[in-house]
Design a binder for this molecule. Structure first.
Ligand SMILES: Nc1ncnc2c1ncn2[C@@H]1O[C@H](COP(=O)(O)OP(=O)(O)OP(=O)(O)O)[C@@H](O)[C@H]1O
Length: 634
């Protein structure tokens, strides 16, 4: 639409608060209305200076380490396509903050004047309708040209932006090409959307590298291209990650990730899927979707450990549990299920290796539940001496036994009244105590030692164990009836090595450890940490990061090898058990691609340096990248 008509329409909106039907496209109309509601005026000043400081930008880069790592090579490639067209390629995070830009020098000066530089925030509420901010709100590809921008100062721009979505459906950021509005090209949105999908496919394949991955397409030749669907499946058959192509092919939405068995959406038996994973060479095969559509599929990766059975995930609630959520699908499923039973008389049993965060999870369940204002009473059954456990749990009357407190004690169960009782290491509770506990749980009444009246108690019950309770029952070490009473719902929390959110988890832990200025982790070190087995799980990771923070000199803001405890350095440098599984001998072109990837990643996307390391010219490297990207396999 001509600029004059657009300005007229925008003027009417400002005057009357309304836009005539069909005067502008629906997405633009919504965005203008949001800009107006945010108090912006087309010719007004910016709401507030909003550039991130260097330290804040550093933290944003750390939080978006994976997004950046996978985006850089593709941005370089994209930039080659638009070089000399007075434009730039931009990557923004999920808040609209620009975290990486590549610009045509002719255009950079102009762009800088409107703050198209790293650290600037292009949130729609601050800068009005713009491709990055609007694509974030709409969660869709958007093109904003010239006078479609809400602020006059941005109308010299033409911008096309597309969202980048994680394996669990989270909007991670926006890829954008911005240029001089006189140089608008009809294919820019298509180009940027394809590049965003390429980044997304790399992110999904990387985040789900420990799961079986089905690559899908309606045409066998489409497998391995940017148009393929990728769906990750845990060993017990539940979908734990997918790209947007796969969701569309399977008729799913992102909330179905972690809540849908693969057998429900494809006529594919889990045994068959596992068997195919081990088969060499890989060949594509036909499957039917639930609407009967034929898809072609190939399988990659190794079966992983099972995912606890989950149902339809509840929406994230902005509660204490979601504050702990750093993006792992299994963890999120566990949190969703725990939310569902909150406030109901259903006992929760948490299982998982030592240090996976069972107690931290239990506290968050309490803080997210209706009884959150009541007490949270945690008892470690393994730590209580056997002769004191009864008194500690059930309380006692004055003088009930030698050494008792003078005035008696109400006991931990009564202390939990109106709140949550957390029994850690329940598998280590002595058998005699199990009998008494079962009675309390059934009757909801406590009788203190030494006699006295029964007292009614009400609490939500959460138990945790790293022992195999059914096996302990079979061995006569744990009462069957107690097991059934405490096991209203069992949730298994994933071990750290099984999680797909390592970088985001570290960023969250560092935010907690050093809230004033959370440090970053050097990218090469972060990669080594992510590949480590972490036998002590989150306890070990949190402790290592705590030590590393303490080792930083004043003013230092990057954690590197020298800041880590020596034993961890030794463990990290020892050969890792969990190397990528050798699936089949690599072909020559794959080896060359692997070398290119490594070099580009090692040089943080700097293609000149990568080309030098590879001993090829920059042009040759571009050619190889272009070929790889055309074949969609980068
Ligand atoms: N989500 C989390 N955020 C921050 N720190 C965590 C988190 N989960 C665990 N930790 C760290 O790990 C430590 C161990 O967590 P927690 O006691 O909850 O694990 P656990 O699974 O109950 O271990 P165990 O089975 O040995 O009792 C915590 O003290 C904390 O330092």
């Amino acid at each position: 639409m001509p600029a004059a008509l657009l300005r007229q329409a925008r003027h009417r909106l400002l005057e009357s608060g309304e836009l005539p039907e069909h005067s502008v496209d629906a997405c633009l109309r919504r965005s203008w209305q949001r800009s107006l509601a945010a108090g912006l005026s087309p010719t007004g000043r910016l709401v507030a200076p909003d550039n991130l400081s260097a330290a804040q930008l550093g933290r944003a880069l750390g939080r978006n380490h994976e997004l950046l790592g996978h985006s850089r090579p593709i941005m370089e490639y994209l930039f080659e396509q638009v070089r000399h067209s007075h434009s730039m390629v931009v990557l923004a995070d999920s808040h609209g903050v620009l975290i990486h830009t590549l610009g045509d020098p002719d255009f950079l000066g102009k762009a800088e004047r409107v703050a198209l530089t790293a650290g600037a925030c292009w949130d729609e509420r601050r800068r009005g309708t713009n491709a990055i901010g609007t694509a974030l709100v709409e969660a869709a590809g958007v093109e904003i040209h010239g006078a479609e921008h809400f602020l006059e100062r941005n109308t010299f721009l033409t911008c096309a932006a597309a969202p980048i979505v994680s394996a669990t459906g989270e909007l991670l950021g926006i890829l954008d090409i911005s240029g001089d509005q006189r140089g608008r090209h009809p294919h820019t949105l298509g180009l940027v959307s394809t590049a965003a999908l390429m980044i997304e496919n790399r992110l999904v394949a990387d985040a789900c590298r420990r799961y079986l991955r089905l690559h899908l397409h309606a045409d066998p030749a489409g497998i391995g291209t940017v148009a393929e669907g990728i769906v990750a499946v845990a060993e017990d058959g539940w979908i734990v990650g997918a790209n947007r192509n796969a969701l569309a092919m399977l008729g799913l939405v992102s909330a179905d990730i972690g809540a849908t068995p693969i057998e429900r959406v494809l006529d594919l038996r889990l045994d068959d899927l596992r068997a195919r994973a081990g088969r060499q060479p890989q060949r594509s095969f036909r499957v039917h979707g639930r609407d009967g559509a034929i898809l072609h599929a190939s399988v990659e990766g190794q079966p992983s450990r099972p995912l606890a059975v989950v149902q339809q995930g509840a929406a994230s609630a902005g509660d204490a549990l979601s504050a702990l959520d750093s993006g792992d699908a299994r963890w999120r499923c566990a949190a969703d299920k725990a939310r569902r039973i909150a406030g109901k008389d259903i006992a929760l049993l948490l299982s998982g290796e030592s240090g996976v965060g069972k107690e931290v999870f239990a506290r968050a369940v309490h803080d997210s539940a209706p009884q959150r204002d009541g007490p949270f009473v945690a008892i470690n059954c393994a730590a209580l001496p056997e002769n004191l456990i009864e008194a500690e749990l059930f309380g006692y009357l004055p003088g009930a036994f030698t050494g008792a407190r003078k005035g008696g004690y109400c006991g931990r169960l009564r202390e939990a009244h109106g709140g949550t009782l957390f029994l850690d290491e329940i598998g280590d509770m002595p058998l005699a105590m199990q009998t008494r506990l079962l009675r309390v749980l059934q009757e909801r009444k406590v009788t203190p030692l030494g006699g006295g009246a029964e007292v009614e108690v009400t609490f939500a019950l959460i138990c945790a164990t790293h022992r195999d309770l059914p096996a302990a029952c079979a061995a006569g070490q744990f009462r069957n009836d107690l097991y059934y009473r405490i096991n209203g719902l069992t949730l298994r929390l994933p071990a750290l090595r099984e999680r797909t959110d390592f970088a985001a988890l570290c960023a969250r832990l560092l935010d907690e450890l050093a809230p004033a200025a959370p440090p970053l982790i050097a990218p090469a070190l972060l990669e080594r940490l992510a590949a480590y087995d972490w036998p002590g799980n989150l306890r070990q990771l949190a402790s290592a990061l705590r030590t590393a923070c303490a080792m930083l000199e004043a003013g230092e803001c990057r954690i590197d090898w020298t800041h880590l405890p020596d034993d961890l350095v030794d463990a990290l440098q020892a050969p890792q058990r969990r190397e990528a599984p050798a699936e089949r001998p690599l072909r020559l072109d794959e080896l060359s691609l692997a070398a290119i990837r490594r070099a580009v990643d090692e040089h943080a996307g700097n293609l000149s340096a990568a080309a030098r390391q590879l001993g090829v010219s920059r042009q040759t490297l571009y050619r190889k990248l272009a070929r790889v990207s055309r074949s969609g396999t980068y």
